[in-house]
Design a protein around this ligand. Structure first.
Ligand code: AGP
Length: 591
């Protein structure tokens, strides 16, 4: 995934381009670049590394006078992260930046090389620029419209032409919005990049070409001008900034009580029928990464509380496997960004089979939000840190509500009102946990030098362990795995060494003794035990943190922040770049 910004208007573009890139750096940060248009030339400046390195390079460069430009921050897919492969790419009169993957780039490149085109980079993006340039005879809309018919795969392009004073853009399967300012207009991968300048935006649909000048925005579909609605974003500038927190990740964990209570209250006051899935005989929960792990929690709740058959599957497998739809099925897609390529593909597979889909999504303007048959919006606000925290928590909370409302509809839950009331006050339990955050800071310091860590639990506790382990892995680079506690003795226990940290999650009353026995097994092999539980009677082997015991529906919500804080503070003890971990991107919009 990469970040794109474009500007045309009353000012010099540099400030808004760099400012926008900084807000999009979480989308990719191995290299970046800008291109600005002068009277009859285009100046391109690129750099490897973070945006600050590009900014320094720009400061050292004599810049042409300009009021039009495009910019890009990269997460390398085709071609290594170096300056040559960094965007923008210029071929002939066309200069462009790209987010996505052109799947037929190799064939197109071979054809163009045979026609004498010389390529400098290894990127699919340069190939796209060459294809558009080949069609360019003076009319950018026409050239872009024809060229994209040759491209397979996903793209969001920002383009400028050497002999035009307008900004152009087009998208397919990758996000791109148009920002409408005062005597200036923008394109960006998401609204957070330009919210400082405008809260008015347009959503582009696939293959719509947009032409922007200082005072005019025209959108074309197959060369014909079409009307588009201008919307107003409700995110605030502070949402896009870190405030007093050291990292966005910590800020977003600390926001959890507010965003959770706000969303729960909205849906508890007036539960939408979307939360009752009792019409279906089987539920497939399909997602990637943390979103999948939220689905694993949801699966246990749906099976145990709503007595509905449920499977979970990672989207990269689901999209290609043989799926048997032999009973009335609902596919639930979980995605913070709503732009994860594998999850989009899984959704489209379900649609091809005539299967209903329900999205649990954060970004309301995303592809999944717009294409799923129905969507439940978690309203977590923009999540900037690459490692998800508040969005994952709200994804889990949505499954709590789906299980609760479906159980009620099937007359399986006699304490519905009591549980609703608990949900309306859950933030007080979360606030208490977050007030104890320094306890987890000490745990993080204790784990500072650990190379491996295991998370163990049974049933719903195991599903929560999956996310706890991923948090530790992705921000602290510690090798970690989550295991069904009963599975350790079937091989993995051979890995337990002196003082190896084992984080045990024990909340399920029915099987807590069994998990406790597994804890004793690993302690007998000199592991260091960190227990997160809702039961004060559980033995403290080394470290124990007890959360409030509440209903099964909402109990997972209280276990999550301690695990997120352990991951965060372990990484912080190592002074790592927590908001932008190496090799990661916020949303993987490519296969
Ligand atoms: C979350 O910490 C990870 N960065 C990653 O696993 C993420 O959850 C996954 O890529 C799915 O993203 P999505 O929710 O935007 O679809």
């Amino acid at each position: 995934m990469c970040g794109i910004v474009g500007y045309v208007g009353k000012n010099n573009p540099i400030e808004s381009l760099i400012d926008g890139l900084k807000k999009l750096e979480y989308r990719g940060y191995d290299s970046s670049g800008i291109a600005i248009k002068g009277n009859n030339n285009i100046q391109i400046i690129k750099s490897t590394g973070r945006i600050i390195e590009l900014e320094d390079k720009i400061k050292e460069t004599k810049l042409i006078k300009s009021n039009l430009g495009i910019a890009h921050t990269r997460w390398a897919t085709h071609g290594e992260a170096n300056e040559i492969n960094a965007h923008p790419h210029k071929v002939g009169k066309v200069t462009l930046v790209h987010n996505g993957i052109i799947e037929n780039a190799r064939d197109l490149k071979n054809k163009l090389v045979n026609e004498g085109i010389v390529f400098r980079s290894e990127t699919d993006t340069e190939v796209a620029a060459a294809v558009i340039n080949a069609y360019y005879k003076g009319n950018p809309i026409q050239a872009i419209t024809k060229a994209i018919k040759q491209l397979k795969g996903s793209f969001a392009f920002g383009l400028i032409f050497e002999d035009q004073d307008k900004l152009y853009a087009v998208r397919k399967d990758s996000p791109l919005i148009v920002g409408i300012g005062e005597d200036e207009n923008f394109i960006a991968s998401d609204i957070a990049a330009i919210i400082k300048y405008t809260d008015k935006y347009m959503l582009l649909d696939d293959n719509e070409v947009v032409e922007l000048s200082k005072n005019e925005v025209n959108v074309y579909k197959d060369g014909e001008k079409i009307d588009k609605k201008v919307e107003t974003s409700n995110i605030s500038i502070e949402d896009a900034n870190k405030g007093s927190y050291k990292h966005f990740m910590l800020k977003e964990i600390m926001e959890e009580p507010i965003v959770l209570q706000r969303t729960l209250n909205k849906y508890l006051k007036k539960p939408s029928k979307l939360f009752d899935v009792s019409d279906y005989e089987e539920i497939h929960i399909v997602a990637c990464g943390s979103a999948l792990y939220a689905g694993m929690v949801g699966r246990v709740l749906l099976e145990e509380k709503a007595n509905i058959r449920c499977i979970t599957e990672c989207a990269s497998e689901y999209r290609y496997k043989k799926v048997i739809y032999d009973r009335k099925t609902l596919v639930i897609l979980v995605s913070q960004s709503g732009e994860t390529a594998d999850t989009i593909a899984a959704m489209r597979k379900a649609h091809e089979e005539g299967i209903d889909t329900l999205a649990i999504v954060n970004v309301t303007t995303s592809t999944i939000a717009r294409e799923a048959k129905n969507s439940i919006f978690i309203e977590a606000g923009p999540e900037i840190a690459v490692a998800t925290t508040k969005a994952y928590l709200l994804q889990v909370a949505m499954f709590s509500l789906i299980a609760l409302n479906t159980a009620k509809s099937k007359e399986l839950e006699k304490n519905y009102e009591k549980i609703v009331d608990e949900g309306k006050h859950i933030s007080k339990y979360l606030n208490k946990i977050l007030k104890d955050k320094d306890i987890f800071k000490e745990v993080g310091k204790e784990l500072k030098n650990c190379k491996d860590a295991f998370y163990i639990g049974r049933g719903i506790d195991y599903a929560i362990c999956k996310e706890g382990s991923l948090k530790l892995k992705e921000v602290s680079y510690t090798h970690s795995d989550a295991y069904e506690a009963g599975e350790l003795k079937h091989g993995t226990i051979s890995l337990i060494e002196d003082d190896m940290p084992v984080i045990a999650v024990i909340t399920d009353e029915k099987i807590k003794d069994k998990t406790e026995s597994n804890v004793i097994e690993v302690e007998a092999r000199a592991a260091k035990i960190f227990t997160i539980t809702n039961d004060d009677s559980i033995k403290n082997h080394h470290f124990k943190y007890v959360v409030e015991k509440i209903s099964d529906y909402f109990q997972p919500i209280l276990i999550v922040p301690p695990l997120q804080l352990i991951g965060y503070y372990t990484a912080d003890s190592r002074n790592l770049d927590i908001d932008k971990p190496r090799n990661l991107a916020k949303s993987v919009t490519v296969e």
